[in-house]
Design a protein around this ligand. Structure first.
Ligand code: CMC
Length: 392
């Protein structure tokens, strides 16, 4: 018995208090520790934003240098970890590999299970932020049958990731600063987003006191779905399927049809009922990156812009307050950078790792932390007597 609030999908239940990220869905506002996302995307860079999310303030130059060198020191994976990669089928989705390998890290870092020790929490946080690009890049290399590329610690976070993805043996690979800047911006725009499904998953898994690497693996699993992080892959696939501007109305009609399960991927958001501020920056980035890379008249970008225009002038989307979200334009940039669609969600996972960890650290440090334990509205059979098998 007892009185519970019934709230499927947690549309109106706050599961925690937090000082990390603020979203005003009606205004289309996103703040990290008070700083607007557009300013961070423009003026800051990913590792600085990581510091801000983790420790609450922007770092001084000395603090940033120290943080960057601590992250850099942990980018390597233990050589034995390669066996985990090699155990997967060669065509495994990189997200499947990431769930497995990150979960396996809990076996390498048993000491991290002592979450009461602040030093263990700190080192686990740094390890995860440092190693996630290596894991994602190696998942990619494995899926295309190329040798793993070791991290290079003289490079910045984004450049190192690009090199681990795209360098091949016996060829020099020089990171293009345009790509590096675009990569860093994509990481920054996805760094945290308060209590979204994967972050809530990490919090719920961690609330039992489990090993943090295992909890992050749970977050990666949740992120994979097309309603969440998988939307960037699904969105680009949709834009390509639409193919031509003249096909757009047919897809708009399908998205509006209640009997058709099709949805416009990259559109709509649980919290934003106005433009997703990340989508604005991403759209601008898509234009810049394609222009700088000399990719003129990109068909997919044309379809995306026209689709956005038509949807935003349609009553269905207006009435339901469906706007492009962060995933609408990110895939176009990632594809122009040379990534296959299967890498889009792993890149999201790399970016969001700092958000998961910051929220995890905040939760663990909260003296009021309790195990997450939702209740239910039971609609099943009432008490009845067991029937022997011969009498059923
Ligand atoms: N296309 C067509 N109709 C839609 C869409 C869409 N993309 N999104 C929502 N609707 C309709 C939906 O059918 C429903 O209509 P009705 O009230 O008549 O039943 C109404 O809008 C509300 O939708 P909902 O599913 O109840 O809303 P939600 O808050 O549960 O879902 C969402 C949010 C993001 C899962 C959903 O908008 C969606 O599936 N979008 C497409 C997938 C996507 O782009 N996901 C990425 C989200 S942002 C990044 C991230 O979180 O990883």
């Amino acid at each position: 018995a007892g009185v519970f609030t019934y709230d499927p999908g947690f549309t109106s239940t706050a599961s925690c208090d937090s000082t990390i990220t603020y979203i005003d869905g009606d205004k289309g506002e996103l703040l990290h520790r008070g700083y607007p996302i557009d300013q961070l995307a423009e003026k800051s860079h990913y590792l600085e934003v990581c510091y801000l999310l983790l420790y609450g303030e922007l770092p001084t130059a000395a603090q940033l240098e120290d943080f960057e060198s601590r992250v850099t020191n942990h980018t390597m994976l233990h050589e034995q970890m390669q066996y985990f990669f090699r155990g997967f089928r060669r065509d495994a989705h990189p997200m499947a590999i990431m769930v497995g390998v990150v979960g396996a890290m809990s076996a390498f870092y048993h000491d991290s299970t002592d979450i009461t020790d602040p030093w263990q929490r700190e080192v686990a946080s740094i390890r995860m932020i440092a190693k996630m690009p290596t894991i994602a890049a190696w998942a990619y290399k494995y899926s295309i049958g190329q040798p793993f590329v070791y991290p290079r610690n003289d490079l910045d976070y984004a450049s190192n990731f690009l090199r681990m993805c795209f360098a091949v043996p016996a060829e020099d690979y020089v990171v293009d600063p345009i790509l590096s800047r675009a990569m860093d911006r994509i990481f920054t725009l996805h760094a945290d987003h308060e209590q979204n499904a994967s972050t809530s998953t990490v919090r719920l898994a961690s609330s039992s006191g489990a090993n943090p690497f295992a909890c992050i693996a749970a977050g990666i699993a949740c992120l994979w779905g097309p309603a969440h992080g998988g939307a960037n892959q699904a969105c680009l696939e949709m834009l390509k399927q639409i193919g031509e501007v003249e096909n757009i109305p047919e897809y708009i009609e399908r998205a509006k049809d209640k009997n058709d399960p099709f949805r416009l991927m990259g559109f709509g958001h649980r919290v934003y009922k106005n433009f997703d501020p990340r989508a604005k920056v991403m759209k601008q980035s898509a234009d810049e990156v394609l222009e700088l890379l000399g990719i003129e008249n990109n068909k997919v970008l044309q379809v995306a812009k026209e689709l956005e225009r038509i949807a935003l002038s349609d009553d269905y989307f207006r009435d339901k307050k469906l706007f492009p979200n962060v995933d609408f334009y990110s895939g176009i940039i990632l594809e122009a950078m040379g990534f296959p669609t299967s890498m889009f969600t792993p890149i999201f996972a790399v970016s969001r790792t700092v958000g998961w960890i910051s929220q995890w650290k905040e939760m663990i440090a909260d003296p009021q932390m309790k195990i997450g334990r939702p209740r239910q509205l039971y609609l099943g059979a009432t008490n009845r007597d067991y029937v022997d098998i011969e009498n059923r």
